[in-house]
Design a protein around this ligand. Structure first.
Ligand SMILES: Cc1cc2nc3c(=O)[nH]c(=O)nc-3n(C[C@H](O)[C@H](O)[C@H](O)COP(=O)(O)OP(=O)(O)OC[C@H]3O[C@@H](n4cnc5c(N)ncnc54)[C@H](O)[C@@H]3O)c2cc1C
Length: 337
C-alpha cells in the first residue's frame, strides 16, 4: 500500500513511522520542502496536564509513551525539567488531573497560591491562582524527533516540493512529473491550505498564526517548563543561564514564507518576564515562526472531500509537540482502517 505524506515536520514524519509500525505492507513516501518550519522552531514544552480533558488525555498518553521508551527519549532529546501549569481562580482541574493520575501516577500535584509562592520564583500571583506541578514533564526537541523518525529504512523521503494533489491521490511534482498513490495525506503545516487551494480542494477550518518566543539571559531558579493559562505566558530553561520565554502573538493568516519577528511582542514578553519574576531579564534572540490552527484545535486526520483518498493531518494549533506521539498513532490506525 503506497501512502504519500506531504510534509516532513513532526506530523508527517511521525505519521509515516506509525504507519510502518502498524503494518510492514505500508510504504510511506514523505515529500518535503526545505523551508524553516514549525518543528524546527518549536519550544517543545511537553506536559500531560491540559484544562481540556480530551487534549489532556492525548498529551498524557504521549508523555507516558515517551517516558517509557529509552529510544523515544533519546530521539527527542527529552529533558525532564518538571512543568507548572497555572490556572485562574475559577478553574476546576479535577477531571484532567484524574487523567494524569491514571496515565502518569504520582506525577502531578495541585498547589494553592501560598504553596506556589513557597516553591516557585513568581513575585506575585492573583488571588485564587492554582498550579498543577508535574514532576515527569519537561521539553523535547521536535526537530530531532522528526529527523530520527525519517531515518526509518522503510520510509522513502523525497526532498521535493509537491505542487498539487488530485482527488485520485496523485501528486504533481516539479518538471511535470506525477506519482500515483493509494492515499495522500497533506501534513504540510502552515502551507497546507495554500497547497489545497492550488489543487482546487477545500481547506475548511484551517488558518495560520504566528508563534514567537525570545531566548533571554535570566537567572530564574527552581522553575522548569511553565505556562500561565490566564495570560498565555510560557517558558522553559534553554542553555545554562537562559530561558525561552513567550507570550501569544495575535498575527493571524501569516504567510509562512514571510514571517518576521514582532518587535513589540518581544519587548512586551521581556517586560512581562521582568515583572513576573522581579529579576533582570535580557533578550538574546527572538525566534518567529508559525503553525497551522484548526477550529476545533488539534492535530487530527481529517478527510479533504467525501469519497476521495486525500486527507489532512495538521492543525497542531501551537501544541503538537506534546500530542504528536498519541495523535500520530490514532491517525495511522484510522488511515489503515
Ligand atoms: C515557535 C513555536 C513554539 C512552539 N512551542 C511548542 C511547545 O512548546 N509545545 C508544543 O507542544 N508545541 C509547540 N509548538 C507547536 C508545534 O511545534 C507544531 O504544532 C508542530 O511542530 C507542527 O508540525 P507540522 O509537522 O504540522 O508542521 P511543520 O513543522 O511546519 O512541517 C510542515 C512541513 O511541510 C513541508 N511542506 C510544506 N509545503 C510542502 C509541499 N508543497 N511539498 C512538500 N512539503 C511541504 C515543509 O517543508 C515542512 O517541513 C510550537 C510551534 C512554534 C512555531
Amino acid at each position: 500500500m503506497r501512502i504519500a505524506i506531504i510534509g516532513g515536520g513532526i506530523a508527517g514524519a511521525l505519521l509515516a513511522l506509525r504507519l510502518r509500525q502498524a503494518s510492514r505492507r505500508v510504504e510511506p513516501v514523505v515529500y518535503t520542502g526545505s523551508a524553516a518550519d514549525a518543528s524546527g522552531a518549536s519550544g517543545g514544552l511537553t506536559r500531560a496536564f491540559e484544562s481540556d480533558p480530551e487534549a489532556c488525555r492525548t498529551a498524557a498518553e504521549g508523555l507516558a509513551e515517551l517516558r517509557a521508551s529509552a529510544t523515544l527519549r533519546d530521539w527527542a532529546g527529552f529533558r525532564e525539567t518538571g512543568s507548572l501549569y497555572l490556572l485562574p481562580a475559577d478553574a476546576d482541574p479535577a477531571g484532567p488531573l484524574a487523567v494524569v493520575d491514571e496515565l502518569l501516577p504520582g506525577s502531578a500535584a495541585v498547589l494553592d497560591r501560598e504553596g506556589l509562592r513557597r516553591a516557585y520564583p513568581f513575585r506575585d500571583l492573583p488571588a485564587g491562582t492554582l498550579g498543577v506541578a508535574e514532576r515527569h514533564a519537561g521539553h523535547i526537541h521536535p526537530d530531532r524527533l522528526r529527523a530520527a523518525a525519517l531515518r526509518d529504512p522503510g520510509i522513502s523521503v523525497r526532498r521535493t516540493p509537491v505542487l498539487a494533489v488530485t482527488p485520485k491521490a496523485e501528486v504533481r511534482l516539479p518538471g511535470g512529473a506525477t506519482a500515483g498513490h493509494d492515499a495522500v495525506v497533506v501534513a504540510a503545516g502552515a502551507w497546507t491550505s495554500r497547497l489545497l487551494a492550488r489543487s482546487g480542494l477545500p481547506a475548511d477550518g484551517l488558518r495560520t498564526k504566528q508563534i514567537q518566543y525570545t531566548v533571554c539571559a535570566a537567572d530564574i531558579r527552581g522553575l522548569g517548563a511553565f505556562v500561565d493559562e490566564s495570560t498565555g505566558f510560557y517558558g522553559r530553561p534553554a542553555e545554562p543561564g537562559t530561558f525561552l520565554l513567550g507570550l501569544p502573538a495575535d498575527r493571524w493568516d501569516v504567510d509562512p514564507d514571510a514571517v518576521t519577528p514582532d518587535a513589540e511582542l518581544a519587548h512586551r514578553t521581556v517586560a512581562h518576564a521582568r515583572d513576573t519574576f522581579g529579576t533582570p531579564v535580557e533578550p538574546i534572540r527572538t525566534v518567529a515562526s508559525f503553525d497551522c490552527y484548526h477550529d476545533p484545535a488539534g492535530l487530527r486526520l481529517r478527510p479533504v472531500a467525501a469519497g476521495a483518498p486525500v486527507f489532512t493531518f495538521t492543525g497542531g494549533s501551537g501544541g503538537a509537540a506534546k500530542t504528536i506521539l498519541a495523535t500520530s498513532r490514532t491517525a495511522a490506525a484510522a488511515l489503515l482502517a
